[in-house]
Design a protein around this ligand. Structure first.
Ligand code: ATP
Ligand code: MG
Length: 517
C-alpha cells in the first residue's frame, strides 16, 4: 500500500530567542515537528491569527527570518529501540556521544512507522513493528494496568527498609542543593546491574560537567551498557530542555511495551519548569503563581501519568520514575515541589542538616513516604523492617527533647544508644549499593541486637564484611537467603551461627549479645 505524505511549506516571520513565529502553514498539530534547514527543527506549541508558534531545537543560531519551514502533518515522533542502550542522546534522540548513528530497525525488518499501537491492542495487525514513537503519547489506561506489586531494589538500605519502591511507582526525590539527590538515583541505577532493568538518566538543564561525572561513573561501574542517557544541558535551547523528559519517557516506553522493566530518572524537573516558564513568558502568556504559566501542572502530570505497571495481558512491563526537584532552604511548599508531591506516589526528602552532620544518604525519614507501602517488600524484609521508621523518628524526637538536659533516666539513655546504632546502621557509602540478601542479614543483625553491643568502628566493620564472610564460609546459608528471602526458624538459627562464628574468627567482643529469643 502506498502512503501519501502531505507536506506544506511556510516561512519564518519572527524569531525571539528560541521561539519562532511561522506563517504559511495552514494545517498543523500542537506538538508536531517542523523542519527548518538541515540542523534545526521546531516543535509547534501554539497558534495566533494565521501564524504558528514553534520552539526551535538544534543549532538555532543558523536560523534566519525568511527561512523556509517544512511541515509534515503528523505527531512528533522519535526513533526508539535496543540500539539506544549505552548511548547518550539529545532531546531529539539523536546521538551526541560520537559513536555514530543508532540502528533502530527491529530485527532488521523495514517497518512502517505510521502505525503505533500498544501490545495486545487487537485493533491493529500484530505484524506491524514500530520504529518511531510519538513523544507526546497518551498514558496507558486504567484497564491496561494492575496494582504495583514487585519491588524495585534501590540498594540503599534506608529506602528499601523504610520507604520501599515498587516497579511502576513514581517517587519524588526532593531536597536542597547538594544533599545527595542525584546520588540516590545513580546508586539505584548501579544496583540494577544484572537485574534486567533498563535505566534512563534524563539530564535537564544541568551543566556539562555534572553530566560528565555521571557518565564516567556509569562507565566505570559497567552500568552504561543497560542505561540510556538523554540530555539537554543548561546551554541547550529552552525548547530542548522542555522536550527532553518526554523523549526519555518515550524511549522508556519502547522497552515497557515489550514487557521490560524500566527505571527513569529526571534530573531535575525544577530546571524543566524554569525552561518552560522562560518560553511561556517570551510567548507573552499570562504568568501565574511564581510567574509560572498556568499549564505547568498539566505539563508535569502528563509526564508522571506515563509511569506504571502493565497487566500481564499487555506484556507486564513497568516504568518507574524518580523525578528530582530542588527546594530552597528546605521549603517543600514551593509551587513546583508541592505540585509534584501531589502527583507522585511518595517522596524521599533529603535534608541539608542531616547531610552536613554526616548522616548520608541524608534521607529525612520523618518526611519521606512511599504510598505503595510494604506490600512490595520480600517477606523477610517486611518482617524485619516493620517498625524501623517509627523507631528512628521517635529517636530523633527524643534527641531534640534531651539535648539540653544534663541527666536522663537509664531507660532514655538506652533508647538514645539504640538510636545512635540505628543512625549508624542507616549510614551508607556512596556508590556501594547493598544486595537484597545483604540488607536482610544487616536488618536481622539489628533486630537481634547484635549491633548494639558493638562499638562504632566495629559496626562499620561488621556491615562491610559479614555478607562476604557468610558467602565464603556458609555458602548454603547465602544461597538459601538469595533464593527464598524468607526467614524460617532454621534459617534464623543458621544466621545466628554465622554471626557467632564471625565474631569468634575476628576476635570481637560479643558478651552482651542476646542469643536467646
Ligand atoms: P545538586 O543540587 O548539585 O544536584 P545533589 O543534591 O544532586 O546536588 P549529589 O550531587 O548527589 O547532590 O551529591 C552531592 C555530594 O555528596 C557529592 O559530592 C556526593 O559524592 C556526595 N554524597 C552523596 N551521597 C553520599 C553518601 N551516601 N556518602 C558520601 N557522600 C555522598
Ligand atoms: Mg543533582
Amino acid at each position: 500500500m502506498q502512503t501519501i505524505q502531505i507536506q506544506e511549506v511556510g516561512k519564518i516571520k519572527e524569531i525571539k530567542k528560541s521561539i519562532a513565529k511561522i506563517t504559511g502553514l495552514s494545517r498543523c498539530l500542537i506538538g508536531q515537528l517542523v523542519r527548518i534547514g538541515e540542523h534545526v527543527q521546531g516543535i509547534v506549541v501554539g497558534f495566533v491569527r494565521g501564524e504558528i508558534i514553534a520552539f526551535l531545537l538544534g543549532k538555532i543560531e543558523e536560523v534566519r527570518v525568511g527561512d523556509r519551514v517544512y511541515s509534515n502533518i503528523e505527531p512528533f515522533k522519535i526513533p526508539a529501540g535496543e540500539g539506544f542502550l549505552g548511548r547518550i542522546v539529545d532531546a531529539l534522540a539523536e546521538p551526541m556521544d560520537g559513536k555514530g548513528i543508532i540502528e533502530t530497525r527491529d530485527e532488521g525488518r523495514e517497518t512502517r512507522d505510521e502505525i503505533v499501537h500498544r501490545p495486545g491492542d487487537r485493533s491493529e495487525r500484530s505484524s506491524v513493528i514500530h520504529r518511531r514513537y510519538p513523544v507526546f503519547r497518551r498514558a496507558p489506561g486504567v484497564l491496561q494496568r494492575v496494582p504495583i506489586h514487585r519491588p524495585l531494589e534501590t540498594g540503599i538500605l534506608t529506602i528499601d527498609a523504610t520507604v520501599p519502591i515498587g516497579r511502576g511507582q513514581r517517587e519524588l526525590i526532593v531536597g536542597d542543593r547538594m544533599t545527595g539527590k542525584t546520588s540516590i538515583c545513580t546508586n539505584t541505577i548501579l544496583n540494577q546491574k544484572g537485574r534486567g532493568v533498563v535505566c534512563i538518566y534524563c539530564c535537564i538543564g544541568r551543566t556539562y560537567a555534572s553530566l560528565y561525572k555521571i557518565v564516567e561513573l556509569l562507565k566505570e561501574k559497567g552500568a552504561l551498557e543497560y542505561t540510556i542517557v538523554v540530555a539537554a544541558y543548561a546551554a541547550s535551547p529552552g525548547g530542548e530542555q522542555y522536550l527532553v523528559p518526554y523523549t526519555a519517557c518515550t524511549l522508556g516506553e519502547y522497552f515497557m511495551d515489550r514487557g521490560r522493566d524500566v527505571f527513569v530518572v529526571f534530573d531535575d524537573l525544577t530546571k524543566h519548569a524554569w525552561a518552560y516558564r522562560q518560553l511561556s513568558l517570551l510567548l507573552e502568556r499570562p504568568p501565574g503563581r511564581d510567574a509560572y504559566p498556568g499549564d505547568i501542572f498539566y505539563l508535569h502530570s502528563q509526564l508522571m501519568e506515563r509511569a506504571g505497571q502493565y497487566s500481564p495481558e499487555f506484556g507486564g512491563g513497568s516504568m518507574t520514575f524518580f523525578p528530582i526537584v530542588d527546594t530552597l532552604q528546605g521549603d517543600v511548599t514551593g509551587y513546583i515541589p508541592s505540585n509534584l508531591v501531589s502527583m507522585t506516589d511518595g517522596q524521599i526528602y533529603m535534608n541539608t542538616a542531616l547531610f552536613n552532620s554526616g548522616f548520608r544518604p541524608a534521607i529525612d525519614l520523618g518526611l519521606s513516604v512511599s504510598r505503595i507501602g510494604n506490600k512490595v517488600q520480600s517477606p523477610a524484609m517486611r518482617e524485619l523492617s516493620g517498625m524501623l521508621r517509627l523507631e528512628y523518628v521517635r529517636y530523633k524526637e527524643l534527641l531534640k527533647i534531651t539535648r539540653f538536659k544534663t541527666s536522663v533516666s537509664e531507660q532514655v539513655t538506652k533508647q538514645l544508644k539504640d538510636g545512635e546504632v540505628l543512625t549508624q546502621f542507616f549510614t551508607q557509602m556512596n556508590n556501594e549499593p547493598y544486595t537484597a540478601e545483604e540488607e536482610i542479614v544487616l536488618l536481622y543483625a539489628l533486630r537481634r541486637k547484635v549491633l548494639s553491643v558493638l562499638s562504632t568502628g566495629e559496626i562499620d566493620y561488621f556491615k562491610k564484611n559479614i555478607h562476604g564472610f557468610i558467602g565464603e564460609r556458609f555458602p548454603a546459608v547465602a544461597h538459601r537467603l538469595a533464593e527464598k528471602r524468607e526467614l524460617t526458624g532454621d534459617l534464623r538459627r543458621e544466621i545466628d551461627e554465622c554471626f557467632v562464628e564471625f565474631f569468634k574468627e575476628k576476635g570481637m567482643e560479643i558478651s552482651g549479645m542476646e542469643m536467646e529469643r
